[in-house]
Design a protein around this ligand. Structure first.
Ligand code: AQP
Length: 326
């Protein structure tokens, strides 16, 4: 039995994985592999909370799976699977839905913002219950969360506590895991917003599959500062975001980077940033293409990953069914 803490995370295949997903999530997961029992999921059930093209969705699911591996997740160390392949997620979601109050769901701010852009389906409304399931099903103790997900982790903890009080102590109480290096990467055209894979403007994000020319063009057009400063004193400035990307990928100190590039100006900095980004992306893309060449191998890995995941989730689900009287 593993004595490591269980860590659960996933990305939603609602677009192509971005540099934001890489810096804020996947790169951290890879670094955590030796220290945690990591469970990493392609959360396609989350993706359909907003309208998706079925053909594109299936393609993206496999692209995500191949990219997780290409970024360095390994099935030997982590459990890597596709959410919809494990039916236990739907089953536990129903049980938890029957413990969730309409009022507490209504307070979720992400629903309020997303329902302005998408159809207000019941699935979009109750999506935090599915997220709670993802976490509780694997007795997760640590969940890497950005600020926008803190509210959803809180409701997960509320549901775990409510269930445990009513039916006996079955769920582990999850805590937020705040990685020291994980940075929030902002939109290249609007640094007030986070870089988002489903943004309608492709210039606002870099995907892990962008060509060198696309990366160069997007970085050269990225917003900086009208006065040419490197240290604007504003957290949400374009240049601040580019320096964050540079530091996250190189591990270099922010003030060192600013001192190095300030005398040389934005052009030299941006050229160097492109080199840094491509030094990460090119090897990832080579490995990605290697995995994509053999779809049956990918399917085999996903099947084994799912069996490993279901081995864990079944233990929890059996206890839940017994506890609620099924
Ligand atoms: N810009 C970002 N900077 C740092 N970390 C980020 N993450 C996402 N964007 C950034 C982290 O990646 C993980 C998975 O996120 P996700 O894209 O699947 O979920 P989301 O960010 O909440 O996006 P949506 O709403 O599901 O989909 P789209 O992209 O369609 O809007 C998380 O750990 C997240 O913090």
């Amino acid at each position: 039995m593993s004595l490591q803490s269980t860590l659960f995370s996933g990305c939603s295949p609602s677009g192509t994985l971005t540099l934001g997903n890489y810096i804020g999530a996947v790169k951290q997961w890879v670094q955590c592999q030796d220290d945690y029992d990591g469970i990493y999921c392609v959360v396609d059930m989350h993706a359909i909370t907003v309208k998706q093209d079925p053909y594109l969705l299936r393609q993206r699911v496999w692209d995500f799976y191949a990219l997780y591996l290409a970024c360095g997740l390994t099935p030997d160390k982590s459990t890597i699977f596709i959410q919809s392949h494990n039916p236990h997620h739907s089953e536990l979601t129903w049980v938890l839905s029957c413990l969730t109050m309409f009022g507490e769901m209504s307070r979720m701010t992400q629903f309020k913002s997303k329902s302005r852009k998408h159809e207000s389906t019941v699935g979009l409304f109750t999506y935090p219950i599915l997220m709670a399931t993802d976490i509780l099903l694997y007795q997760t103790s640590l969940v890497p969360v950005g600020k926008d997900q803190v509210q959803h982790l809180e409701i997960t903890r509320d549901l775990a506590e409510r269930f445990n009080n009513r039916y006996g102590s079955i769920f582990t109480m999850p805590e937020a895991y705040l990685p020291t290096e994980g940075a929030k990467v902002m939109d290249l055209q609007d640094p007030g917003k986070k870089m988002d894979k489903s943004s309608p403007n492709p210039k606002s994000y870099i995907t892990l599959l962008d060509t060198p020319d696309e990366v160069r063009a997007k970085i050269s057009k990225a917003i900086t500062d009208s006065q040419g400063r490197f240290d604007t004193g504003e957290e949400l400035s374009g240049i601040n975001n580019l320096v964050t990307i540079y530091c996250s990928l190189t591990g270099e100190d922010r003030s060192f980077v600013i001192n190095q590039f300030e005398p040389q100006g934005y052009k030299v900095f941006k050229d160097s940033l492109v080199d840094v980004i491509l030094a990460h992306l090119v090897p990832i893309q080579e490995r990605y293409h290697h995995y994509k060449e053999d779809h049956s191998y990918l399917e085999q890995l996903a099947k084994e990953g799912c069996e490993k995941a279901m081995g864990k989730s079944k233990v929890t689900l059996d206890k839940v069914k017994e506890a609620v009287g099924f």
